[in-house]
Write a protein that binds this ligand. Structure first.
Ligand SMILES: Nc1ncnc2c1ncn2[C@@H]1O[C@H](COP(=O)(O)OP(=O)(O)OP(=O)(O)O)[C@@H](O)[C@H]1O
Length: 715
């Protein structure tokens, strides 16, 4: 029995020896397989880690928002996660910011990549040199030590040069991305150079006809800038660490054996997976931060814009409450993010720096305690050199791996900004196609109204204006007039009257191409043939001349053969020629909104009308602040210039300048007829006289009762 068991042990020993001998024989192959598997594994896990993060329920919006990245009804930011949708959005934006392989951005990326590789190569060299320096110290070789220090100083030159260049190129990339994106967005937002772009008013429709974007100004300035900075950084935060992990670990496996590395990788990856599971949704937080900051800025800009009105009404308390409410929301969110960042930072550092550090030290000790096959016996100096080099490689590698982990956080934030930029691009694209999303009034769901809202009318070009069965519908689906029919010829001035909110200005918005036509046929000249003078005219940033010729430039004006003397004549037509001397000449720049009175602003707007001399003028209470004699003079001058007037005004004094009248009743009905000003005025006067008389009736009745009482007393 004992002999049998001894035989078995011997057999086992023999087969173990054979196995070990065969392993040693094939070890170089095993090492190679392990190294290749490691590279594939790093690339694979990085790719998987970055590409398949499911959205947490708290980050995702309603089904309605799915795929498009819209705000949902609760006002939460668009769905944000590092998922397929993010990559889809990102690849679309990448095509904008890197338009081709020969573009400046592609060149900068190549430069950036080369510098990143150079930096890793330098780090590898420094790791080996560090080991050599310590070894020469341990061996007490002063000449060798001095020589190594010289090499150290020499390598510092390309090392510092590379780092500065990396920062420089990365910042340049961020600016280049931002410029590309801003160009594209502005082209969509304010129109491009092509003729078809000219009549698109995306900037108007974005804020008036659509609810998706509350503050486009913030998106175009702040969010695009943040996106570009993150995108430029993500490349070095991701590509470089991945490359580093591969190169450092390859070098390490040469020094300590691929087997140890395999064990280390398993430990690191399993703990990293654990950390990933508990990572808070930083992308959604970034998107929410941007949205809340935008809302706060919007409240402040409203306060600045309406400062005078608020000051007169003493609305400071209310405004303060609004600002404080928005600020509190921002702070609440930032505090929540800060708390989550705090504990996540602790967990991250504890794991990445300390736990993985301990694993690494054990790995570095392997060649010290065990003789690895194929490795020569080394002295104390050699062992120290190996340990120092391996430790440096390991530190660099764990730092690189840590950065791959951190880059997930960066990537989440990038996903947040990508969602914001995509939302802007998507919404503008929809608007160009005439697709709007706006909360509708309840009456919009009534079957008959819904049918009108789904329809689209035709717009045809004509010198005259004709509306054929055109409904007037507000952007939130309120139907003001079901079917409007009227026509005027060029030269026939039209007066539009009716109660407040009946749709007088809305008609102009359709004429100007700002609102969609939901049905029927609109025949009209192009928007460039119309010029609008509202009650509070717009005054631009620029010189006094710019106010009169807006939106022309001085060069446009000169190209039309118009001089400052002609402009002065135009100003004389509105009795404003003194303003040039008063303000200090044509080239003086002021905040004209504050420098001119309400009436002067209206007169400048009329001067602008005379300068441009369009086919049609839309006058929306445009003379409400000027004296009646001036009003008549301006109307006459416009008629002399051949401008057809489309006027909204409550002043009967203006009737005599118009040929036709469109009278809304405020209940969805209207009358379109010839305007006989004299007859209308006579009727108006008679009506007024009767109304005045009716006011006296109660007094007469009381007197009659008094007289009757006196009479009864006398009897
Ligand atoms: N951007 C918008 N989004 C939603 N509704 C709008 C928008 N602009 C105007 N409206 C609505 O359309 C309706 C008609 O407005 P419109 O400006 O045409 O009135 P109006 O007849 O000119 O009145 P007023 O004499 O008071 O200026 C109003 O109820 C207004 O609230």
């Amino acid at each position: 029995m004992a002999v049998l068991s001894t035989l078995r042990v011997e057999q086992l020993n023999k087969s173990l020896k054979n196995l070990s001998a065969s392993y040693l024989r094939h070890r170089p192959l095993v090492q190679r397989v392990l190294n290749i598997s490691f590279v594939l594994y790093v690339l694979g896990t990085t790719f998987r880690g970055l590409s398949s993060r499911p959205a947490k329920p708290s980050n995702s919006t309603s089904k309605k928002g799915k795929g498009k990245g819209k705000d949902d009804s609760s006002g939460r930011p668009p769905r944000v996660a590092v998922d397929a949708l993010f990559y889809q959005r990102l690849s679309r934006i990448l095509r904008i910011v890197i338009p081709g392989i020969k573009s400046k951005e592609a060149l900068l990326l190549v430069m950036h990549s080369s510098l990143l590789i150079l930096r890793t190569a330098i780090s590898l060299y420094v790791a080996a040199l560090d080991g050599k320096i310590v070894a020469s110290l341990v061996r007490a070789e002063p000449a060798q030590f001095a020589f190594n220090i010289l090499r150290w100083l020499l390598v510092a030159i390309p090392a510092t040069w590379t780092n500065s260049w990396l920062t420089f190129v990365q910042k340049k990339l961020a600016i280049a991305y931002r410029t590309r994106l801003t160009e594209v967005v502005l082209k969509e937002y304010l129109g491009g150079d092509e003729e078809e772009d000219k009549d698109r008013k995306v900037y108007y429709q974005l804020s008036n006809l659509d609810d998706r974007i509350k503050n486009p100004d913030q998106m175009i300035t702040h969010d695009i800038q943040r996106f570009s900075t993150h995108l430029a950084a993500i490349y070095s935060n991701l590509a470089k660490p991945v490359l580093d992990v591969i190169l450092y670990n390859y070098q390490l496996s040469q020094n300590v054996g691929a087997e140890g590395l395999l064990v280390l990788t398993i430990l690191v990856q399993s703990t990293a997976a654990l950390l990933r599971r508990v990572t808070p949704p930083f992308g959604a937080y970034a998107a929410m931060s941007a949205q809340l900051a935008g809302a706060l800025r919007h409240t402040h800009s409203r306060l600045a814009e309406f400062a005078e009105e608020i000051a007169f009404m003493g609305g400071e308390e209310t405004e303060k409450m609004l600002v404080e409410r928005d600020y509190a929301t921002v702070v609440l969110h930032e505090r929540k993010v800060l708390r989550r960042r705090w504990w996540f930072g602790c967990a991250e550092e504890g794991l990445v720096k300390w736990t993985w550090g301990a694993f690494g030290l054990v790995l570095c000790a392997i060649p010290v305690f065990f003789k690895l096959p194929g490795m020569e016996n080394v002295d104390l100096g050699g062992r120290t050199e190996g340990f120092v080099t391996n430790r440096r490689l390991l530190l660099s590698s764990s730092d690189a791996f840590g950065r791959v982990m951190y880059s997930y956080k960066d990537l989440s934030e990038l996903a947040g900004y990508t969602a914001r930029v995509s939302l802007l691009l998507d919404t503008m694209e929809d608007i160009k196609k005439g697709k709007f999303e706006k909360a509708l009034v309840s009456s919009a769901s009534i079957e008959e109204n819904a049918k009108i809202l789904q329809g689209r009318g035709e717009v045809m070009f004509s010198e005259n204006i004709e509306f054929e069965n055109v409904p007037i519908v507000t952007p939130n689906g309120d139907i003001l007039v079901r079917s409007l029919n009227f026509s005027i010829k060029h030269g026939q001035h039209l007066l539009i009257v009716g109660p407040n909110g009946c749709g007088k200005s809305s008609l102009f918005r359709i004429l100007g191409g700002l609102w969609p036509v939901y049905g029927g046929i609109v025949r009209k000249p192009p928007p460039s043939d119309f010029l609008l003078i509202p009650q509070r005219p717009y005054l631009s940033v620029g010189t006094l001349r710019d106010q009169v010729i807006y939106p022309h430039t001085k060069e446009d004006m000169q190209a039309r053969g118009i001089t400052d003397v002609d402009l002065l004549r135009i100003l004389a037509a509105v009795q404003m020629e003194n303003v040039v001397d008063r303000e200090g000449g044509w080239d003086v720049t002021r905040e004209w909104r504050d420098a001119l009175s309400g009436g002067d602003k209206q007169k400048i707007a009329w001067a602008r009308l005379f300068y441009h001399n369009p086919k049609y003028a839309i006058l929306d209470e445009a003379t409400s602040l000027v004296p009646p004699d001036m009003e008549g003079r301006m109307m006459d001058h416009a008629t002399e210039l051949g401008i057809t007037l489309l006027t909204v005004s409550h002043r009967p004094s203006l009737w005599k300048y118009h040929h036709m009248i469109l009278h809304y009743d405020g209940q969805g009905g209207y009358v379109f007829t010839k305007l006989d000003a004299e007859k209308r005025l006579a009727l108006q006067q008679e009506k007024q006289t009767l109304e005045n008389k009716l006011l006296d009736v109660p007094k007469w009745k009381a007197r009659l009762a008094e007289l009757k009482a006196i009479e009864a007393g006398l009897a």
